[in-house]
Design a protein around this ligand. Sequence first.
Ligand SMILES: Cc1cc2nc3c(=O)[nH]c(=O)nc-3n(C[C@H](O)[C@H](O)[C@H](O)COP(=O)(O)OP(=O)(O)OC[C@H]3O[C@@H](n4cnc5c(N)ncnc54)[C@H](O)[C@@H]3O)c2cc1C
Length: 480
Amino acid sequence: KDANATKCLADLKPDGAPPNNTKVLILGGGMAGVIAARTLHERGIDDFVIVEAKHEFGGRMAKQTFGVNGSEYVIEKGANWIHGTQTDDGPANPVWLLAEKHNLSMVASNLSTDITFFDYNGPNNYSATFEASLAAVESARALAGQRWQENKTDLDLRSAYKYLGVAPKTPQEEACEYYQIDYVYAQDASQTSTLAAALSYNNTYNPEAGGYSDVDMLSVDQRGIACIVQAEAATFLNTSQVLFNQTVKTIQYNQNGVTVQTTDGYSLTADHALVTFSAGVLQNTDVVFEPALPDWKREAISSIEMSVYTKIFLQFKEKFWFDTGIGLYADQQKGRYPVWESLDHPCLFPGSGIIFVTVTGDYANYLEQLNKNITQVQLEVMEVLRRMYPGAPDPVDIWLPIWGRAPLFRGSYSSWGAPFVPEYSYNLSAPVNGHLWFAGEATSSKYFGFMHGAYLEGQKAATNIATCIKNPQRCPPTTT
Ligand SMILES: Cc1cc2nc3c(=O)[nH]c(=O)nc-3n(C[C@H](O)[C@H](O)[C@H](O)COP(=O)(O)OP(=O)(O)OC[C@H]3O[C@@H](n4cnc5c(N)ncnc54)[C@H](O)[C@@H]3O)c2cc1C
């Protein structure tokens, strides 16, 4: 393996003024942006610049050092699992291949069976209810597939469950449904498209339907999972191709090209720009397009959901909890600190005393409002943990990230609601005016929400841009 590729390139600093008048500006240096750059390079186009607001590559692949002095660990505040590897000679998840290439430390985790069950009275083994909830999702997916073939409208998962007679009624059933739906799509069943649940299952997890595999690999690499894009960037980029710490505020486009203004006053021109900002950023006013994007594009951007998924990390002097990877907690209020994951596990960070709990959707939004008041968050979280373990001590450290209100993300990842028709997905990725291109996890109709969705979309957009640069007759129309 390339020796250069085993180190992380976290601090690629620009040397001098940014080059101007490039062929391509790649806006955003997450998975989609870096893979787009590599794809251009592979096609012989090196006249590009990546413009990134942060000081390093990775975007929503982002690490955090957590823990008290002397017991610190690198944890992942964003993406942590590589969902799907490879089955026999079938297609391989490209992110898994990238992780292998850069020697990422990963552990296979079993998210479906390695669970201890709790409710508000303490331990309570409702694994049979859990099995039933797995069957309910299967039925809903089958229903979606059947309705799709019959040209019927999509249903949200709540309606599908009611229709199938499997809607949850008890707190335990609700916790199981949460684990199958909210914990994956970061939104409630009533907000989630049944068709999308079927699509992501068929294309991502089910090898028989062309997916990768049902194996989930958890990164435990102390360089952070973003290392795989940083190390990949180090294999082909030079410093003049990167502009870190520059936040794009305006994107002007016309039939000749694109001009991008940053908050530091840089004005960069190019023949093409590839926008890889999250759907949440595009839904807000942080970046202004001049002229405004056409109606079909704005409708698609506005129609996708940008959900919030928040992990709250706690460190204790020592572990006192379950030995499985996951503890599922059923509260009387659905979504209240339901999924607990132990990092103090023989395969992960033994002796770390770290556990984290995930909240999503409205609950995550509520917590973001509380963030300034970490004492209140701790009180709430510990109230639940003490229902699971009466007498549990206070943590020595607690931390949670902000995603929904973070100006560079405006949410954790995208998801489809029932009104989101697949044509919107096509419109999300479609270029505007022949010079403005779009890629990122949200533009993927198969793998939206995932790192591999971002990877494949970055690759696809850059392939199309390279084709256009080399064969202008194959460029998209210069109309909006
Ligand atoms: C909490 C959480 C958990 C997740 N868990 C998983 C998981 O386990 N597995 C999985 O596969 N996926 C997971 N994901 C999703 C995964 O992280 C994303 O799908 C993927 O990383 C998106 O890559 P991207 O390139 O499309 O976007 P981004 O990573 O958002 O990249 C866009 C880049 O643009 C930059 N940017 C934004 N605005 C501007 C601006 N105005 N000017 C300049 N730069 C700007 C950002 O800083 C960012 O670097 C998770 C995400 C989160 C937040």
